[in-house]
Design a protein around this ligand. Structure first.
Ligand code: 5GP
Length: 199
């Protein structure tokens, strides 16, 4: 069976990358979302094993020591990591696997898995990003400014991603990611078999 592809989706808080990822997986049953491990507190409405595996700092350290993460990073005081085994299992079953991770983790994946497809989701502008953060009930201006500062740092790293998709209208962003995945599949290196004569 043909192995699946590893796809990295990153982008700042407030850009709506979760919504893009959800729409992508709903439209294509061959796309699976990897479930990360984190040390952060569970938010209302979240379930262990669904959005994340919620684990202790000790357990996180232990998983690092056992080399069980494909990548891991610190983000706003908490730790996040992608367990390697389930990702490879899904890839070997022929599924394309999406990692929705922040940029430090994205860079680690680019180094460890050069054939991964890194996509950065950006807002149409910084003003729009600020407006979205303020509009989602986050009235605490200090928090909004902190997130915008974090976004500035993430945008510096975005230059190392292969693609940038703007999330202005959700439908367009989803179609753009689908177009990237289609074009990637048409690359010559993936179609060598067409250029060979039967023996
Ligand atoms: P949140 O706590 O809001 O769910 O996520 C915070 C940030 O951590 C988001 O940018 C999210 O994409 C990122 N994140 C989630 N899981 C992982 C992971 O396994 N590794 C890395 N590096 N970042 C992650």
């Amino acid at each position: 069976m043909k192995k699946g592809r590893l796809i990295v989706i990153s982008g700042p808080s407030g850009v709506g990358k979760g919504t893009v990822v959800k729409a992508l997986t709903e439209r294509d049953p061959r796309l699976k979302l990897s479930v990360s491990a984190t040390t952060r507190e569970m938010r209302p409405g979240e379930t262990d094993g669904v959005q994340y595996y919620f684990i202790s700092h000790e357990k996180f350290e232990q998983m690092i020591a056992e080399d069980r993460f494909l990548e891991h990073a610190r983000y706003v005081g908490n730790r996040y990591g992608t367990p390697e085994e389930p990702v490879d299992r899904m890839l070997n079953q022929g599924y394309d696997v999406l990692l929705e991770i922040e940029v430090q983790g994205g860079l680690q994946i680019m180094q460890r898995r050069p054939d991964a497809i890194p996509i950065f989701i950006a807002a149409p502008s910084f003003e729009v990003l600020g407006a979205r953060l303020r509009g989602r009930g986050d009235t605490d201006e200090e928090k909004v400014l902190m997130r915008l500062q974090q976004a500035r740092m993430e945008y510096l790293t975005a230059r190392q991603y292969r693609y940038i998709v703007v999330n202005d209208r959700l439908e367009d962003a989803v179609r753009d990611v689908e177009a990237i995945l289609r074009a990637e599949a048409l690359k010559t290196e993936h179609q060598e078999h067409l250029l060979k004569e039967d023996d």
